[in-house]
Each structure stands twice: as structure tokens, then as C-alpha cells.
Design a protein around this ligand. Structure first.
Ligand SMILES: Nc1ncnc2c1ncn2[C@@H]1O[C@H](COP(=O)(O)OP(=O)(O)OP(=O)(O)O)[C@@H](O)[C@H]1O
Length: 230
């Protein structure tokens, strides 16, 4: 068995008077496309926050290989419609995530931004103010910002919710392409079972006090529904 990117071992998280997880166990393998499904309030966001180190496990642990520091994580939030007045261009917005120590970007950093703009298909409109872009373009700009530093793990946090069908598939086609060509590991949180079934290699179905983890191949929508209660 090869070493995973992340191993979640006997994870328990409790808020005062509210246990969210008890003994949650799964591995995220390098290059995997894992979907996390489950009803509202079951703990999907809490799990992401724990993976990002923003919530401390009450019990158990999250292990990163080789280390948390070496595991860069990119994050694409749920689609939010920005104000039309939002002034940054798409290129500037993507550049915000490049952590150079100069106040301006070096040539290599510009190249990094250009690559991210290219692979997410927003290079042609990089001078457009982000506030004026369409919903799908905005979400692709968020994706570009999330991958500009070449993370090992890309988290999509209900990023397709409130996009129309065509834009959902367009975004996930891009993510699948990144997963297949650059080997980036994907964690996709969603309520959209057909989308999860089409793109994910593994699934983690969360239900209160229960978990089911497995390969997506051969799973029907009905089986996913049953496992996740969505
Ligand atoms: N900081 C906190 N303090 C107390 N309770 C919290 C806190 N954060 C989350 N919870 C509770 O923990 C449970 C899990 O919340 P979480 O946001 O992780 O669910 P979710 O599966 O992401 O839901 P949704 O699909 O609605 O976004 C909920 O009952 C929520 O109210």
C-alpha cells in the first residue's frame, strides 16, 4: 500500500454539547478524486476546517505525508456573486494567492499566474474586472486562484452549488483534467449526487454517527442516496 496524502484516523470532533464526528477513518490517496456527500449539518464543512487546521480534533488525528507544511491546499468556495463594482481584474485576483515576498510579482510568479489562467480557461479575459465576469467565469477565476501555487490538495467546497448545469460540468471537466494531467488530488464536497458519481473515484458518505467510504465505480445514484441520506 502506498503512502496516502492524508490519513484521517479515529477522528472525533465535538463542539460544546454537540458531537459532530466520532471515530471517522479514511485515507486520501495521492491523485484521488474523492467526493464527500451527506445531508445538511452532518459535518462536511467541519471536516474541511479540520483538514485545513482550523478546528482541532477532540480525539484521533489527521496525518499529512510527508508533513502538513509540505502539503499545500487550494480551496474553492461555494459560488458567490461578487458585486459588479469589484475592481480587481481576473489576473490581479489570481495573483493575490502568489506568496512572493516582494510587493510585486517576479517574472516566474507572473508565469505561474499565466499558467493558472490558461488551464482554467480565463486567460483571454484576464484583464476583465472580476465583478463583470459571468458566473462560470468567476468560478473558474476562483479555481485559478486556488491552483496558482500548485497545491497537492484542491478542495471544492460545494463550489458548483448555484451554478447552472452547463457551468457545473464545465468547471468539473477542468478539475478532472487537472486531476488527470497534473495529478492534483481533489476533495469535492457536494449535494449533487449525479455530479459526484460522474467525476469522483472514491466517495465518503457521512450520516450522523456513521460513515461509508468506498470506490465510486459501480455505485448507482440510488446507492449513494442510501449511503448519504442526501
Ligand atoms: N463552531 C461551532 N460551534 C458549535 N457548533 C458548530 C460549529 N460549527 C459547526 N457546528 C455544528 O456542527 C454541525 C456540522 O456543521 P457543518 O457546517 O460542518 O455541516 P455541513 O455538513 O457542512 O452542513 P451544510 O451542508 O449545511 O453546509 C452542525 O450542527 C453545526 O451547527
Amino acid at each position: 500500500m502506498t503512502e496516502p496524502l492524508i490519513a484521517v484516523q479515529h477522528l472525533g470532533i465535538s463542539f460544546p454539547n454537540h458531537p459532530v464526528f466520532k471515530d471517522l477513518n479514511f485515507d486520501i490517496q495521492r491523485g484521488d478524486f474523492l467526493t464527500v456527500i451527506g445531508e445538511n449539518g452532518v459535518g462536511k464543512t467541519t471536516l474541511i476546517r479540520a483538514l485545513l487546521g482550523l478546528v482541532k480534533p477532540t480525539t484521533g488525528q489527521i496525518k499529512y505525508y510527508p508533513s502538513r507544511k509540505a502539503t499545500k491546499i487550494g480551496y474553492v468556495p461555494q459560488f458567490r456573486n461578487l458585486d459588479q463594482e469589484y475592481p480587481l481584474t481576473i489576473e490581479d485576483f489570481v495573483g493575490l494567492n502568489v506568496r512572493g515576498w516582494l510587493p510585486w510579482l517576479s517574472k516566474a510568479e507572473h508565469q505561474q499566474v499565466n499558467t493558472a489562467l490558461s488551464v482554467t480557461n480565463v486567460k483571454k479575459i484576464k484583464q476583465r474586472p472580476l465583478g463583470m465576469a459571468s458566473g462560470g467565469e468567476k468560478q473558474r477565476a476562483y479555481l485559478a486562484q486556488a491552483i496558482v501555487e500548485a497545491p497537492q490538495l484542491l478542495i471544492l467546497d460545494e463550489s458548483t452549488a448555484s451554478l447552472d448545469n452547463e457551468m457545473k460540468y464545465e468547471l468539473l471537466d477542468l478539475v478532472q483534467n487537472l486531476n488527470q494531467t497534473s495529478g492534483i488530488t481533489v476533495l469535492f464536497i457536494t449535494h449533487d449526487l449525479p455530479l459526484a458519481q460522474k467525476y469522483a473515484k472514491h466517495y465518503l458518505a457521512l450520516r450522523p454517527g456513521q460513515q461509508q467510504f468506498g470506490a465510486m465505480a459501480g455505485m448507482s445514484i440510488e446507492q449513494l442516496k442510501e449511503a448519504s441520506d442526501v
